[in-house]
Design a protein around this ligand. Sequence first.
Ligand SMILES: Cc1cc2nc3c(=O)[nH]c(=O)nc-3n(C[C@H](O)[C@H](O)[C@H](O)COP(=O)(O)O)c2cc1C
Length: 374
Amino acid sequence: MQTELSKKLGIEHAIFGFTPFPAVAAAISRAGGFGVLGAVRYTAPDDLKRDLDWLEAHVEGMPYGLDVVMPAKKVEAPKNQILTEAEVEAMIPEGHRRFVTETLAKYGVPELAEGEASGWRITGWMEQVARNQLDVAFDYPIKLLANALGSPPADVVARAHDQDVLVAALAGSARHARKHAEGGIDIVVAQGYEAGGHTGEIATMVLTPEVVDAVDPLPVLAAGGIGSGQQVAAALSLGAQGVWLGSIWLTTTEADMHSAGVTRKLLAAGSGDTVRSRALTGKPARQLRTEWTDAWDDPDGPGTLPMPLQGLLVAEAVSRIQKYEIEPLLGTPVGQIVGRMNSERSVQAVFDDLTRGFEHAVDRINRIAGRSGQ
Ligand SMILES: Cc1cc2nc3c(=O)[nH]c(=O)nc-3n(C[C@H](O)[C@H](O)[C@H](O)COP(=O)(O)O)c2cc1C
C-alpha cells in the first residue's frame, strides 16, 4: 500500500495512527505504518522527554511524529499576554462548579485521596504548554508535526521546516483545509464527523474528495470512521494519499487505558453509542454517550464553557469517575468505528487485518471492473 507520501516518509503502508500512548505509537511504526504520539496530556516537559526517549528506543529506526493541540480560537488573554493556569481557572463561574459537585454527589462519586492529583488534567491546549512541548520535541528526530484545531502558527511551521519536519493539520471542512494550505503546511488530515475526538459536521465520505480537490496537489490523509481494509481502500479511492486512524488503537493490547471499565464499555459499544458533545473540552468532540454527557447536553443544565475552561472545570471530576469506575458516567473520546472494536488485539493484528482487507477490496473492485487475474 504505497503512495507518494508513504514513499517520501519511508513507510511500508500509508496508514497513520494517532495515539496518546507511546507503546501504541511505537508498535504502529514497527508494523510499517506511521505512529503519531498525541502530546496534549503532557503538562510537564520532562514527562514528554521521558516518553520520547522511550519511543525513540522502541521504534527500531522507523519514523514517527508528534501531535500538539494549538487551538486557533480560544479564550485568550488581551494583547498576546499569556495567562497562567490559575488565572484561567479563576474565569470559571461558580454556578458551573456547583453543577459538577452536584452531579458527582448524585452518583455518589468519591473524592480523590488527599494529595492525589487529577490524572486527566489536560492543559496542552493552552498555547504556552504546547510551545513547551515543541521545545522538547524538536530535540528528537520526529518526521512529522501535526496540529489539531486550526492552522499551526507561522513560526512553528517555519521552525519545523527548518528541521525537515513535515507539518500536518486536521481539517473538518474544505475551507479549513484551504486555510491550512495558505499557512504553508505539507499535509492535510481531512477528518470527518464520524471521528473520535474533536470533529466537524461533514462525513468522511463527503469531506475527503472535497478537501483533495481544495488543496491539490497537497497530500491528504482521510480520517474518521476508518477501521477496516475496505474502508482504507475506499479512502484511497477518494483521492487520499493515506489514512489517519485514532479510535481503533484504543482497544489494542498495547493501549494503556488506565480503566478496565472503559475498555469493557468500548468493546461492548455499537456504532450508535457515541455523541458529539462539548462536555469534555468545550469544543464538540465525539465520545461515548454517557449520563455525564447527557447531563451537560441537557438544555436545563448550565451549558458548557469555552475551551480551555471546560477541560479545567471537569478534569478532576473525570479522574474521579475513571478511578472509581462509576459505570453510568464512565466515557472516553471515541468515534463511530467503536462498533467494530469488539475484541482486544495487538497493533500488529490490527495492521494484518487492515492490509488483508485492503487487498480483498482491491481484488473485488478489479473483478467488478473486469480486471480479474491482474
Ligand atoms: C481518544 C482520542 C483522543 C484524540 N485526541 C486528539 C488530539 O489530542 N489531537 C488530535 O489531533 N487528534 C486527536 N484525536 C483525533 C485523531 O487524531 C483522529 O483524527 C481520529 O481519531 C480519526 O477518527 P477515528 O477515531 O474514527 O479513527 C483523538 C481521537 C481519539 C479517539
